[in-house]
Design a protein around this ligand. Structure first.
Ligand code: NAI
Length: 454
C-alpha cells in the first residue's frame, strides 16, 4: 500500500506527527511496536504523575493536623494506586487511538523494519506486509541505558533491579530502595517511594543532583528531601550489584548499601538499531540520529523527531518537533528553537526551569542580572504550604534587560513555568514583563516578584 508518509513509532513524537500530517491532507500510516502513546503515556510521564499524585494526597492526609484537619488510620494501598494508574493510562491511550482514527491515520501495531529506498520511495515491512511512502518520520524514541556494572543483568533478570517500566508496577512498597542516578526519573521515583515509606538512597556520580538544572535550586531540592529522610550519595559511582545490595565508590572507598529493590535511572539511549535504519545510510552522532533544525536527517525526505534525535529528550519537545517535521514535508517553513523549552521535575515541591541557568550563562560568557525571591513572598503559597519554602529566580541579560531564564522550586511551578517560557521565547524585556498583570492570589505572582527584585 502506498502512502505520503510512514511514521515509525507511536509515542508523542510519532502520534502527533501522524495526526498533524493527516490533518494537512497527507495519506499517513503510523506503526507502533509496543503500545500507542509510547513511553510517555504507558511507562513514563503519565503513570509517574499518577503515582506522585497519590503520594501527595497521602502526605497531605498525614500532615493534615498542621492545617487543622485531623484524620486517623491514614494508609496508602499500593495495589489501588497501581490500578488507578493503569486506568488513567488506558483512558489516555484509547484517546490517542481514537484521535488518530478520527483523522484517518492508518494505525499498525507491530514491529517494523525498513527494507530500503528505490525511485518510488521507501519500503517498510511489518510482519511481512509492505508499506511504501515518499516520506519517513522516525520517532522510535529511547530505551533505558543499562551500564556494564557487574551484577546488573542478573539483577534485572531476578527482578531486584528495575527500570522506569517495572518501578511503576510494583504492587508492594519496598522497605528500602536504592536509586542509581539522581536525574529526573531517579528523583521523581525517590520522591514517590520516600513519601510512601521506603527508605531511599540516591547514588549519583556527579557532585549534584538533577543534571543541568540551576544549581542553587537543585541544592535546595536536595536539602528538602534530606529533611524528608532521603540519603544522597554524591560523587559516587556504582561498582557492583549483588543479590540484595549495591556497592559504590565514594572518595576512593568502596561502600555497600542493602536494598529490597534497585532503580536504574542513569539516562536513556535513542533507539537507532534493530529496525533496518542502516539501510538508509542516515548519519548518526553520539548514538542519536543527526537532524537539522527542521528535523531533517542527512537523507532527503527522512525526518527524526523526539528522543531518537537526542537533542532534548522530552515529550513536549517531541510534540513540537513533530509539527516542524510535518510542516517541512508539506513545504511550510518552520524551524525548531530549543532555547525556551521548559523542564519540570515533579517532586514535592516541584522544580521547574526554562532557558539559561546561572551556570550555562557563565559558561557562555553572558553577562546577566538575577532577581531572586523566596516562595514565601506569595500569599497563596504561604496559605497552602505550612512550613514549606521554595525559590523563584529570573535571569536577564544585563545590557538589554532581555529575560533569558527562570528557575523555581515550589508548589504548582510546573503549571506556570510556561509563563516564564513565553517571556524567554518572545525575548521579552524586564520592563515589558513588569506591565503584565498576574491573577491574585496565585503562586504564579512569584514571577512578578522576582522580576521586580532585579
Ligand atoms: P537523566 O539523564 O535525567 O539522569 C541520569 C543521572 O544518572 C545523571 O545525573 C547521571 O550523572 C547519573 N549517572 C549516570 N551513570 C551513573 C552511574 N554509573 N552511577 C551513578 N549515577 C550515574 O536520566 P533519567 O533520570 O534516567 O531520565 C531519562 C530521560 O527521561 C531524561 O531524558 C529525562 O528528561 C526524561 N524524563 C523526563 C521527565 C520529566 O520531564 N519530568 C520525567 C522522567 C524522565
Amino acid at each position: 500500500m502506498s502512502y505520503d508518509l510512514i511514521v515509525l513509532g507511536g509515542g508523542p513524537g510519532g502520534y502527533l506527527a501522524a495526526e498533524r500530517a493527516a490533518q494537512s491532507g497527507l495519506k499517513t500510516v503510523c506503526i507502533e511496536a509496543r503500545a500507542f502513546g509510547g513511553v510517555c503515556l504507558n511507562e513514563g510521564c503519565i503513570p509517574s504523575k499518577t503515582l506522585l499524585n497519590s503520594a501527595k494526597i497521602y502526605e497531605y492526609a498525614l500532615n493534615g493536623a498542621k492545617y487543622g484537619v485531623t484524620t486517623a488510620g491514614v494508609t496508602i494501598d499500593q495495589k489501588t494506586v497501581v490500578e488507578r494508574k493503569n486506568k488513567v493510562v488506558t483512558t489516555l491511550v484509547s484517546g490517542v487511538k481514537s484521535t488518530l482514527r478520527t483523522h484517518k491515520v492508518k494505525m499498525v501495531e507491530g514491529f517494523c523494519e525498513i527494507i530500503g529506498r528505490d525511485k518510488d520511495g521507501f519500503t517498510v515491512s511489518v510482519a511481512g506486509e509492505m508499506f511504501k511512502s515518499t516520506n519517513l518520520i522516525i520517532a522510535t524514541g529511547s530505551s533505558p541505558a543499562i551500564p556494564p556494572i557487574p551484577g546488573v543483568k542478573e539483577g534485572i533478570a531476578s527482578g531486584f533491579v528495575l527500570t522506569n517500566r517495572e518501578i511503576l508496577d510494583l504492587e508492594t512498597i519496598p522497605q528500602s530502595l536504592v536509586v542509581i542516578g539522581g536525574g529526573v526519573i531517579g528523583l521523581e521515583m525517590a520522591a514517590y517511594y520516600n513519601s510512601v515509606g521506603s527508605k531511599v538512597t540516591v547514588i549519583e556520580m556527579l557532585d549534584h543532583i538533577a543534571g543541568p538544572t540551576d544549581r542553587e535550586v537543585s541544592t535546595m531540592l536536595q536539602k528538602v528531601y534530606e529533611k524528608k529522610g532521603v540519603t544522597f550519595k554524591l560523587n559516587s559511582k556504582v561498582t557492583a550489584i549483588g543479590t540484595s545490595s549495591v556497592s559504590y565508590e565514594e572518595n576512593g572507598k568502596t561502600e555497600t548499601v542493602q536494598a529490597d529493590k534497585v532503580l536504574l535511572s542513569i539516562g536513556r539511549r535513542p533507539v537507532i538499531s534493530g529496525f533496518g535504519l542502516e539501510r538508509l545510510g542516515v548519519l548518526t552522532e553520539k548514538g542519536a540520529i543527526k537532524t537539522d533544525r527542521t528535523c531533517l536527517t542527512s537523507i532527503p525526505n527522512v525526518y527524526a523527531v523526539g528522543d531518537v534525535n537526542g537533542v532534548s529528550m522530552l515529550a513536549h519537545t517531541a510534540y513540537r518537533e513533530a509539527e516542524v517535521a510535518v510542516n517541512s514535508i508539506i513545504g511550510k517553513r518552520d524551524i525548531m528553537r530549543y532555547n525556551a523549552i521548559p523542564s519540570v521535575i515533579y517532586t514535592n515541591p516541584e522544580m521547574a526551569g526554562v532557558g539559561e541557568t546561572e551556570e550555562s550563562a557563565k559558561a557562555k560568557g553572558i553577562s546577566y542580572v538575577v532577581g531572586k525571591v523566596s516562595m514565601l513572598y506569595s500569599g497563596r503559597f504561604l496559605a497552602e504550604n505550612e512550613g514549606g519554602n521554595g525559590i523563584c529566580k529570573i535571569l536577564a541579560e544585563k545590557d538589554s534587560g532581555r529575560i533569558i531564564g527562570a528557575h523555581m522550586l515550589g508548589a504548582y511551578v510546573s503549571e506556570f513555568i510556561i509563563a516564564a517560557g513565553m517571556m524567554v521565547e518572545t525575548e521579552m524585556t524586564l520592563s515589558d514583563a513588569k506591565e503584565i498583570v498576574f491573577p491574585h492570589p496565585t503562586v504564579s505572582e512569584i514571577l512578578r516578584e522576582a522580576i521586580f527584585a532585579i
